[in-house]
Write a protein of this length. Structure first.
Length: 382
């Protein structure tokens, strides 16, 4: 499989953005080589992720002094789309790490930046983990049950976090808990911290070479220096990360759609009996993919300009992920009667795309966000 096709330049990229894009293209060629094998054997691409770290691809939108590229969100979505076309599983680890790294760069102390960002650039850690959801609270994050009790010189953390990308592989975890059973507060701890555990990895439908686990905080004594941001401001910190994260998931979904479109083109070129039907799917797929990219790019530009993007990020995520799922289903239908690698790849893409409608906020939640923002904006005009 080749991933050499260029992303259409709807805007002119600057030197930093182009450098990130070209680095992502080179990494994608490495990722795609054994992507199917890694997926079938659930192999976490640790070495490739560490290589991305040394290239600054795990901190695309963080300052160079902290080990990043300082290239912005537009560069980030170009990289994500390119990498996801090759291997969505490895890309999700890269995405979550970028999201956590950006959160540390924005809210962290100088000491935290040194401790938790520089190991990415040095290739010591392959990933960072984002721990918000719990077994009984996904979309309603404020209903979390994890607790933090403050003492004179530490916080005592207890709770269970679930669906954690790169669980058991990340070098550190961004954690949330209700401080003194009241408001959510955010912490950052190294993965080897005492009484902080990753469970066995989940057996998932898709993204099978991305390891997903629970993270257990069992009487975990966290130093006061582990506080990220201010006490009781945890939801502000995490939701700030999620707005940007939704743009990333949009780009990931488009990358998967790119790979599915490649399969539709290839099948059409073989002149199958249902060629006319496949070309109908292909025409729709290209239109939906390109419309998705415009929404995604709009969100990235807004974030680079520090504009409010809550509604835009939600619109981008729900549209891009829903359309990617549709495009992947067409690829499966096009290859379903063939015993070949393309059939297996189409199935993998469809399985991978499914979860993109769920993580970083379900499609149902995105529609609520869009509606609420519209109502709020309308009321603001009165």
């Amino acid at each position: 499989m080749s991933i050499a096709n260029e992303i259409p330049n709807l805007i002119e990229l600057n030197a930093k953005q182009l450098e990130v894009y070209h680095l992502a293209q080179k990494m994608a060629q490495k990722l795609v080589t054994d992507a199917q094998y890694r997926e079938e054997h659930e192999i976490f691409a640790e070495d490739l992720l560490k290589e991305m770290g040394t290239l600054g691809l795990l901190g695309i939108n963080i300052p160079e002094i902290d080990g990043g590229r300082d290239a912005g969100v537009v560069a980030y979505i170009y990289a994500v789309r390119t990498l996801a076309r090759a291997c969505a599983s490895t890309t999700v680890a890269m995405m979550v790490t970028n999201m956590v790294a950006e959160t540390i760069a924005k809210f962290g102390t100088d000491a935290q930046k040194q401790q938790f960002l520089h190991p990415l650039k040095s290739g010591t850690w392959p990933a960072l983990g984002f721990c918000l959801s719990e077994p009984s609270s996904g979309s309603d994050a404020a209903a979390m049950k994890s607790t933090a009790v403050k003492s004179d010189d530490h916080y005592l953390l207890n709770g269970v976090k679930t669906w954690i990308t790169s669980g058991g592989k990340a070098g550190a975890y961004l954690l949330t808990a209700k401080l003194n059973s009241q408001k959510v507060t955010t912490f950052i701890l190294p993965a080897d911290h005492s009484q902080l555990y990753a469970t066995k990895k989940e057996d998932k439908l898709g993204l099978r070479s991305s390891h997903t686990t629970q993270i257990i905080m069992d009487q975990c004594v966290a130093p006061l220096s582990s506080l990220l941001g201010e006490e009781n401001q945890g939801l502000k910190v995490m939701f700030n990360a999620l707005d940007g994260g939704r743009i990333g998931v949009s780009a990931q979904a488009i990358g998967v759609a790119d790979a599915a479109i490649d399969l539709l083109i290839k099948r059409s070129q073989q002149n199958p009996a249902n060629k006319a039907e496949i070309q109908q799917w292909l025409g729709q797929a290209i239109a939906k993919r390109d419309a998705s990219w415009m929404l995604c790019l709009d969100g990235a530009i807004r974030k680079d300009q520090s504009l409010n993007l809550t509604q835009n990020a939600a619109m981008s995520k729900v549209f891009c992920t829903e359309k990617a799922n549709e495009i992947c289903r067409w690829a499966v239908q096009a290859w379903q009667n063939e015993d070949c690698l393309e059939n297996r790849l189409a199935q993998r893409l469809a399985r991978d795309a499914r979860v993109m409608r769920i993580y970083e906020g379900t499609s149902e939640i995105q529609r609520l966000v869009i509606a609420r923002e519209a109502i709020k904006n309308q009321e603001g005009l009165r």
